[in-house]
Design a protein around this ligand. Structure first.
Ligand code: FAD
Length: 395
């Protein structure tokens, strides 16, 4: 069969951390790669609390000091009964300057040969057997482009995959609904993150304080909606701030969602590979999505390049993509089950859970260590709460 000529081997839609890293990895594999970002600059409208585990980030990329607002040496966990637990773990994480981090990823991608177009809205036009047509709309001017493969990294709305009929919409209880203010004039320990739990503070989720300097922090709330509750995340945040930092002033306010699903995107898509929130790979327990976005970006970038350069058939490249994603998330069913426990836990269960978790970490275990070790410990310590996940873990 004669192959249709294409403008690029791979087009990436979305210039967040998933799309930029996918594009960098695709170009690294020799594929001519174009990235379309609808914002006027990459890193322009970061919607994120910017916290990241050091080990996870370093497994993908060594962070530049330019990207880091604070190095984290531990966490304080606040229980609904007013008790709190300090978990000291020097160097366990970072609060990023995510706008600079994104710019850094863009520089790496550009150095590897990725063409990055900003103010460029990408949409799917059609899928043919040997190519994909994408429309790039820049300042009202429309251009049709052809690529062998497409990476959908367009964030939680997943418009590319939904338009292709590959993904449906998220249910409301599959989203952590978040509101966050970056504030100044707050008293914080510059090297400790705070997590606050309880149904009054954040039903089904938690409130956070991530320091970004001496008197600055990202203060936010993530909740999971249920039909009996009428307040939105912003209202929980307003109440939390009255208690935690009444004197602070807001520099920037954002709202957004993080997908929290048991089955991420698996890419049965005729040359469409998804990454990041568009692949719904964020951690279902914590909502952390930066490292999963980078990891899935690398997987999507490599698979799209292998297919578009003719090194693998479409079927083989999709199989490689799926099996790498599955390997990455081999404990996802367990994580999702734990998320459901957390969502339903009463305040007294949460108090016990935090006290027990603190014991686990006091025993020398790492916050960024093996989460299954903590689950095993909790199954033994709180069999009444954790019995529903017992069959998923060898205790
Ligand atoms: C309030 C909040 C706090 C969070 N805090 C943390 C945290 O502390 N740590 C953590 O690990 N995770 C956190 N997350 C999750 C994390 O931010 C995301 O999982 C991660 O950023 C996903 O990256 P992404 O590249 O997939 O998507 P995004 O960052 O959403 O990037 C998608 C990009 O695609 C662009 N785009 C969309 N559609 C188009 C189009 N049609 N054409 C061109 N461009 C398009 C958008 O402009 C955007 O730049 C948080 C999320 C929220 C909402």
């Amino acid at each position: 069969m004669k192959m249709t000529s294409c403008d690029f081997d791979v087009i990436v839609v979305g210039g967040g951390c998933a799309g930029l890293w996918a594009a960098a990895c695709s170009a690294d594999e020799g594929a001519s790669t174009l990235l379309l970002e609808k914002a006027s600059e990459v890193g322009d409208r970061v919607v994120c609390a910017e916290g990241v585990g050091a080990r996870g980030l370093r497994s993908v990329i060594e962070p530049s000091s330019e990207w880091i607002a604070a190095t984290i040496d531990g966490a304080r966990l606040y229980a609904p009964d007013g008790k709190w637990y300090e978990i000291e773990q020097p160097g366990c994480g970072f609060v990023l300057r995510k706008d600079r981090f994104i710019l850094g990823l863009a520089e790496i991608a550009a150095k590897r040969g990725v063409e990055i177009r900003t103010s460029a809205f990408g949409s799917l036009v059609s899928l043919a057997d040997d190519h994909i047509s994408i429309e790039a709309c820049v300042d009202g001017c429309r251009e049709q482009l052809r690529a062998r493969a497409l990476i959908a990294a367009d964030g939680i709305r997943c418009e590319i995959s939904r338009r292709a009929g590959i993904l449906g919409s998220l249910q409301v209880n599959e989203i952590f609904s978040c509101a966050q203010d970056t504030v100044s004039g707050i008293s914080v320990d510059t090297h400790f993150v705070e997590f606050h739990f309880g149904r009054r503070i954040a039903p089904g989720g938690y409130a956070w304080v991530f320091p970004k300097g001496r008197d600055r922090a990202n203060v936010g709330v993530g909740i999971v909606f249920d039909t009996r509750q009428s307040d939105c995340a912003s209202e929980y945040l307003a109440r939390f701030k009255i208690e935690r930092c009444p004197e602070s002033s807001i520099e920037r306010a954002i709202v957004g969602g993080v997908p929290s699903v048991s089955n991420p995107f698996e890419g049965y898509g005729r040359g469409i590979f998804a990454a990041g929130d568009a692949a719904r790979v964020a951690d279902p327990i914590s909502g952390a999505g930066i490292v999963p976005a980078l990891e899935s970006g690398a997987i999507a970038g490599r698979a799209a390049a292998a297919y578009s350069r003719g090194r693998l058939s479409l079927r083989a490249s999709e199989e490689a993509y799926r099996s790498e994603l599955r390997h990455l998330w081999r404990d996802r069913t367990l994580r999702f089950a734990i998320r459901r426990i957390m969502m339903r836990a009463s305040d007294s269960d949460l108090c016990r859970l935090l006290a027990r978790s603190a014991e686990f970490f006091a025993g020398g275990n790492r916050l960024d260590g093996d989460p299954i070790g903590l689950v095993r410990f909790l199954i033994r310590a709180m069999p009444d709460v954790f019995r529903v996940v017992k069959h998923l873990v060898k205790v």
